[in-house]
Design a protein around this ligand. Sequence first.
Ligand SMILES: NC(=O)c1ccc[n+]([C@@H]2O[C@H](COP(=O)([O-])OP(=O)(O)OC[C@H]3O[C@@H](n4cnc5c(N)ncnc54)[C@H](OP(=O)(O)O)[C@@H]3O)[C@@H](O)[C@H]2O)c1
Length: 267
Amino acid sequence: MATALITGPKSGIGRGFTDALARKGFDLVLVSRNWERLSSLATEMSSTYGVGTEVIVADLSSRSDTDRVAARLGDRGRPVTTLVNNAGFGLNRSFLNSSIDDEQRSVDVMVTAVLRLTHAVVPGMVDRGTGMVVNVSSVAGWLTGGTYSASKAWVTVFTESLALDLQGTGVRTTAVCPGFVHTEFHERAGIDMSSLPDFMWLDVDQVVAQAFTDLARGRPISVAGGQYRLASRLLRHGPRAFTNLALGARNRTRRQGSREAGDRAEG
Ligand SMILES: NC(=O)c1ccc[n+]([C@@H]2O[C@H](COP(=O)([O-])OP(=O)(O)OC[C@H]3O[C@@H](n4cnc5c(N)ncnc54)[C@H](OP(=O)(O)O)[C@@H]3O)[C@@H](O)[C@H]2O)c1
């Protein structure tokens, strides 16, 4: 029996993976912070696809919650055959204007949880000679956009390295590196995306379909959309100085904006 554990399954990219895996007949272990959102999703998945569901309420910025999820992944009596490390969020502020607690929370969710959950599940997969680990990263991992970019750079390099470790074991992994995708991500982070041209947007289904294609082909990095495949080549192989120029200017504008907002609030 195939079972998939997905973090952040209720919305956006996580929801896309959840639907696709349920459609393939996987039983589901659904993990995020909100019991109501998870249990309504579980009911919908079992009634639509007839799959088994399990819900784990966990805040992945908490070490004890993450370790509870890791314990489930390490339970060899109930093997998880696919792990999707998807949960994540943006902060939309420069490091200089951000609190250390928020920065730490983002590293806890997007780095530490990915590390610990992968470490918990992979040995069983290797022993069984089969399994998949999907780590949702971002094209931002090839940019210099603060802690978010640095975290996603870690996810991408970690996954590429894991793919090498897993060669010949029957276990596959890929880092999914999307560009801009229509999800709740930007609204939650308070990022105004109204000026982004249509051709820069991806659909969740496109990202998920590309991920499964790349997993099947054994590719450790998955980039959906021709526009982002071109951009990722330029970002990975072009001079860092060009991207730094653009991002440096954006950060100065953002810092200035925060200062003016602060002045207005005081005045
Ligand atoms: N949208 C984009 O343009 C884009 C581009 C590149 C990469 N990504 C990446 O794609 C992934 C999914 O994001 P999305 O775009 O689908 O955004 P989304 O719709 O906001 O979904 C994010 C999910 O992460 C979960 N989550 C956030 N913090 C969590 C925590 N502390 N503990 C447990 N779960 C948590 C949320 O679940 P609850 O709130 O229900 O707990 C939510 O289901 C993220 O890793 C993001 O960095 C997104």
